[in-house]
Design a protein around this ligand. Structure first.
Ligand SMILES: *[C@@H]1O[C@H](CO)[C@@H](O)[C@H](O)[C@H]1NC(C)=O
Ligand SMILES: *[C@@H]1O[C@H](CO)[C@@H](O)[C@H](O)[C@H]1NC(C)=O
Ligand SMILES: *[C@@H]1O[C@H](CO)[C@@H](O)[C@H](O)[C@H]1NC(C)=O
Ligand SMILES: *[C@@H]1O[C@H](CO)[C@@H](O)[C@H](O)[C@H]1NC(C)=O
Ligand SMILES: *[C@@H]1O[C@H](CO)[C@@H](O)[C@H](O)[C@H]1NC(C)=O
Ligand SMILES: *[C@@H]1O[C@H](CO)[C@@H](O)[C@H](O)[C@H]1NC(C)=O
Ligand SMILES: *[C@@H]1O[C@H](CO)[C@@H](O)[C@H](O)[C@H]1NC(C)=O
Ligand SMILES: *[C@@H]1O[C@H](CO)[C@@H](O)[C@H](O)[C@H]1NC(C)=O
Ligand SMILES: *[C@@H]1O[C@H](CO)[C@@H](O)[C@H](O)[C@H]1NC(C)=O
Ligand SMILES: *[C@@H]1O[C@H](CO)[C@@H](O)[C@H](O)[C@H]1NC(C)=O
Ligand SMILES: *[C@@H]1O[C@H](CO)[C@@H](O)[C@H](O)[C@H]1NC(C)=O
Ligand SMILES: [Cu+2]
Length: 556
């Protein structure tokens, strides 16, 4: 039966919609962190999961909603969960990186993450933020627009979450432990997965993920790279993708044959099923433009037009070679903020703190390592040393001796960053933070170096989105390059790939008090020390200070 909408009903509905806009809903989720044996991927070893699922459950909410996730730790590891890309305005206690904003949730303990989604809409992900658990402890976090607010593009017929990941036959903690003992690089993964399936790979006959489509319809693909150590290409045979949003910020529609998505990054793209029938291969493969060992196994899925016989061969597609810098750069460099009146790009134009951080690898002597040395990684030659208690608590309670706030604004020793590397490749240690006054503006140039090897590093900043005002190859030229900055509609993100042997310049406003981690999202580099944190002081206004910690915040 169809109900007639009387005028008074419209008024009530409008009033109700307005109310929901302001208030938002409270969404409750329960995450049981449990070990689960999986017979997928030709391996029956137990993996750490949320609710026994890989990938874990999708968290759905709308802009302005409050999300409460009760995490119960049933495994023998310490656990913490990060809501990657969520601004966490004043609620750093819910951000998740272990020993940065909270102590871990220990075996048997419970912690409820409590945060509100403000000023963001799109695809994000959640993942474990301790050890290497995020290999299997991850899932999608979808922020829908407020009720009644349309997307700034035609409404798709359906939405599909596509989680890309890496798979190890061995226990991932054994992989990184082995590397830390030896001092060298950890084993690469054995396969990539698309929604938990690698597709047919050597010695493991198994079907891949199937994406069923109807001719003529448009689908929204919410693509997430949840891999630990690899940036990935994603392609569909004979179909183009129209990218409309990255990292939960709308972009100008961008048509492309292939996307590149770094770990921690998300890309929402529209796919029009413009053929009438058939099966088309979907591929994901590694992007790595430096001579470093990678997992070179391509994961495959199929785009399946309904009615096409299952046994039909899929139309193949050529994956970009791993060193296809041109494919990656042309995609990443073409993304622009939507920048409309409704979704403006508020790029800081005046800069209070102009920072320059090098990104490098190094090698330190290590008496206990089988090789006698250990690979390290750093910003400005400082390998970050993890504290034994949460930095945010130390900041909030004014505890001394946990960190210093003397992180250098520029390298202590300047050299030709992309030229001949210094003969001394040792790094320094420190738990050093950079302090920012509330609401100050920051420009940060991230400069890759040739130390050990140039490499593309996906750098992630917690607590903020930033604008990528410029990127380039070679050394950043502080006189010439700023002239070419895009201060009008640069892409807004939370993670950016700094080009191999190049630089990226980002800008953000420090309008979120707390302690905010910044690190390479290649987990191996984070483990080696490619991390630091900003401490943003409280402002003087009533809504400009870190909220008090929740009563169930785990203790160290
Ligand atoms: C969540 O945090 C808000 C403050 O941001 C607080 O008012 C609310 O009571 C908290 N909810 C729970 C269930 O702790
Ligand atoms: C790493 O790879 C080597 C060589 O294939 C293998 O011997 C070793 O067992 C692997 N380590 C782990 C933890 O799987
Ligand atoms: C479908 O779209 C792709 C990409 O735009 C194009 O190459 C192809 O020719 C189109 N196919 C049909 C049947 O229209
Ligand atoms: C992938 O890497 C393995 C081992 O590193 C190598 O033997 C193989 O030839 C590579 N395959 C391709 C297609 O490059
Ligand atoms: C990419 O790798 C291939 C195969 O190793 C090599 O032949 C080619 O020269 C490389 N291209 C670039 C631009 O480095
Ligand atoms: C920490 O120091 C600041 C500034 O001196 C002060 O305002 C705040 O009350 C102190 N916090 C605690 C918990 O002592
Ligand atoms: C830095 O090294 C590069 C590559 O070797 C070289 O082309 C450039 O001239 C050097 N720059 C300076 C200022 O020495
Ligand atoms: C890095 O720090 C180490 C240890 O203090 C020092 O020996 C080395 O010269 C520094 N390198 C650079 C490039 O600053
Ligand atoms: C840095 O820390 C590591 C481990 O914490 C230690 O082995 C090493 O000696 C330290 N290096 C310096 C230069 O302090
Ligand atoms: C932050 O600074 C900007 C520019 O100076 C100003 O317009 C804005 O009102 C400030 N915001 C807050 C919350 O103080
Ligand atoms: C878990 O975290 C607590 C608190 O930081 C720490 O004391 C303990 O050693 C950790 N356990 C393991 C197995 O690392
Ligand atoms: Cu890195």
């Amino acid at each position: 039966m169809k109900m007639m909408m009387m005028p008074w009903m419209r008024v009530l509905l409008a009033a109700w919609l307005l109310a929901t806009h302001v208030e938002g809903m409270v969404r409750h989720y329960k995450f049981n962190v449990v070990a689960k044996r999986t017979n997928r991927l030709c391996s029956t070893k137990p993996i750490v999961t949320v609710n026994g699922r890989f990938p874990g459950p999708t968290v759905y909410a709308r802009e302005d909603d409050t999300v409460l996730v009760k995490v119960v730790n049933h495994v023998s590891y310490n656990v913490s969960i990060h809501w990657h890309g969520v601004r966490q305005l004043r609620t750093g206690w819910a951000d998740g990186p272990a020993y940065i904003t909270q102590c871990p949730i220990q075996p048997g303990q419970v912690y409820t993450y409590n945060f509100t989604l403000t000023g963001q809409r799109g695809t994000l992900l959640w993942h474990a933020h301790i050890l290497w658990l995020r290999a299997t402890v991850h899932g999608a976090l979808i922020i829908l627009p407020r009720l009644g607010v349309p997307y700034p593009f035609p409404t798709p017929h359906k939405e599909k979450v596509i989680v890309l990941a890496e798979w190890w036959k061995s226990d991932v903690e054994a992989v990184i432990d082995e590397a830390m003992k030896s001092g060298g690089a950890p084993n690469v993964s054995d396969a990539h997965t698309i929604n938990s399936r690698p597709g047919p790979v050597a010695n493991c006959p198994q079907g891949g993920y199937k994406l069923a489509v109807r001719p003529g319809k448009t689908y929204m693909l919410r693509i997430i790279n949840a891999a630990l150590n690899e940036e990935l290409f994603f392609k569909i045979a004979r179909h183009q993708l129209t990218v409309v949003e990255v990292d939960a910020a709308y972009v100008k529609p961008l048509r492309t044959n292939a996307i590149v998505v770094g770990p921690g990054q998300t890309t929402t793209a529209l796919l029009t099923a413009n053929h009438t029938t058939g099966m088309y291969l979907i591929t994901t493969s590694t992007f790595m433009d430096s001579p470093i060992r990678i997992d070179n196994v391509t994961a495959t899925a199929t785009l399946h037009y309904v009615g096409t016989p299952e046994a039909s061969p899929a139309v193949p597609t050529a994956t970009p070679p791993p060193n296809a810098t041109w494919v990656a750069e042309s995609f990443v460099g073409s993304l622009r903020s939507l920048n409309t009146n409704t979704y403006p790009a508020r790029v800081p134009l005046e800069i209070d703190h102009s920072l320059f951080f090098t990104i490098g690898l190094g090698v330190n002597p290590c008496a206990t390592c089988t090789s006698g040395f250990r690979v390290a990684a750093d910003f400005n030659n400082i390998s970050f040393v993890m504290p034994h208690t949460a930095l945010l608590s130390a900041h909030y309670y004014n505890t001394t001796g946990v960190f210093t706030d003397d992180f250098p604004a520029k390298p202590l020793i300047e050299f030709n960053y992309t030229g001949t590397q210094p003969t001394n490749v040792n790094t320094m240690n420190g738990t050093r933070l950079y302090r920012l006054p509330y609401n100050s503006t920051v420009q940060l140039v991230l400069q890759d170096t040739g130390m050990i090897a140039p490499e593309n590093h996906p750098i992630h900043l917690h607590g903020f989105n930033f604008f990528v005002v410029g990127r380039g190859l070679g050394n950043f030229d502080r006189f010439e390059d700023p002239r070419k900055f895009n201060l009008v509609d640069p892409v807004e993100r939370n993670t950016i790939g700094v080009p191999s042997g190049g630089w990226a310049a980002i800008r953000f406003r420090a309008d979120n008090p707390g302690v905010w981690f910044m690190h390479c999202h290649l987990e191996v580099h984070t483990t080696w020390g490619l991390k630091m944190a900003f401490v943003v002081d409280d402002g003087e206004g009533p809504d400009q200070s870190v909220l008090p910690p929740p009563s169930d915040l785990p203790k160290c």
